[in-house]
Design a protein around this ligand. Sequence first.
Ligand code: HEC
Ligand code: HEC
Length: 285
Amino acid sequence: MKNTFKLKTAFACVVAAGLASSAFADADTDKLVINGEIDIITTTVAPAHLENVDTIYSGWHFRSDETQAFQMDDFDNPGMIGVEKASENWDTVDGSEGKSCASCHGEAESMAGVRAVYPKYNEEKGKVTTLAMEVNNCRTERMGAEKWKYTGGTMTDMVALISSVSRGMPVNVAIDGPAQSTWEQGKELYYARTGQLELSCANCHEDSYGMMIRADHLSQGQINGFPTYRLKNTKLNSAHARFKGCVRDTRAETYNPGSDEFIALELYVASRGNGLSVEGPSVRN
Ligand code: HEC
Ligand code: HEC
């Protein structure tokens, strides 16, 4: 409690100075159109299940004009290099069955719409799965190939390729039916205070978005832009890698990427962005 108070006080001091010059101040007028043709919904009315927020914003709004500009043209977006690498992998035969992704799925464009509905309940597995899990499932069960590391570069590039062909489509993950219990688990994790700082995801990304923390501008922590190319580590980052970093910042023990907890959290966080466009690969600092 004490630490939360201190953090909040620290927030309050920098807000006045920070907000005036921030890109977020222009959130109502800034528009993201990629390559002059893909309209991205970066702000919209919050989905009905969100109790404390009326309007949802893509993390794009919280970045500086320079960082925002990277995403307006694929030639300027460093995340597209990962997409190109994945396109080569898409066509590369691997494993004992002598197949590539293309052997069964055809062009990568056949994945249009898929990113918008993941994580999603998988009947056959009897659980909610992520895109990375689907990719590894195809590799091990259908290609006779080795798994890719969950948050490794090869996997994250592939998820970026699959995401890129859904850009502009509204995120629309299902939270009811067989996905409901997983969604509820994710919601609990989102509101649970953890670590020495006793902070929940909500303390920062719901109560304090728009404010400054450690010279960075707090967003709503949306994942419509994932995978995200971060200027800080100059690579594409998966949502689970980001969750891990955020939990660590509260000085708590974190869950592993690919764990049931992070899958549930991913579904819940994705659902907080239902209505925003798929934007990945996005660019952030
Ligand atoms: C032997 C055929 C085969 C190969 C090779 C294959 N897949 Fe699949 N894949 C399937 C089938 C069948 C499904 C389940 C039915 C569906 O959704 O199309 C599936 C499902 C998926 C899904 C989930 C799609 C959805 O709509 O929910 C993704 C993502 C995916 N595959 C990616 C890949 C990637 C990436 C590769 C290459 C690394 C690959 N697959 C290789 C057959 C294959
Ligand atoms: C102490 C405050 C704090 C807490 C607690 C916190 N985060 Fe973050 N998070 C940040 C900061 C700072 C950033 C970088 C600026 C931004 O995009 O908000 C960030 C970024 C993110 C992003 C990237 C958003 C984008 O558009 O690229 C996601 C996703 C995210 N956080 C999710 C979470 C989740 C899920 C939790 C709970 C497990 C969490 N965060 C807890 C401070 C926090």
